[in-house]
Design a protein around this ligand. Sequence first.
Ligand code: CMP
Length: 139
Amino acid sequence: MLQRTLSIIKPDAVSRNLAGDILAMIQAAGLTVKATKMIQLTRAQAEAFYAVHKERPFYGSLCDFMTSGPVVVSALEGENAIQAYRDLMGATNPANAAEGTIRKRFALDVEKNAVHGSDAPETAAQEIPFFFSALEIVG
Ligand code: CMP
């Protein structure tokens, strides 16, 4: 099934100039970049994006981190793109991430874990419009 998913290259990776390497891994995995941009999230935007985690102990620290520098957000498309990108990212905690995954290669720890990807179709349907208008996504 052709799907879209939302990718965020997080501040830890952008600040180490890894955005190009990560986008190359995404494309090598067969995913197509339909939209991409670099932005710096405000605190309110980070809190809204991660609202699902607001009761978790790491929420405050996560929002601090996600506003600490620019991120590169992208809308990706491909066959089963949501799971394909999750497979490419690897486990949330890089200590558990498989060889060849983005997080195994680049993540620093469970918070500074280089990338985010939508976890389900309903999430992707919320997360893509959070960052991109229909006009910004190529057909
Ligand atoms: P992400 O996939 O963007 O979803 C929530 C984020 O919270 C996660 O990646 C990490 O950056 C961050 N995080 C920090 N600590 C934890 C934790 N213990 N478990 C899960 N996510 C965490």
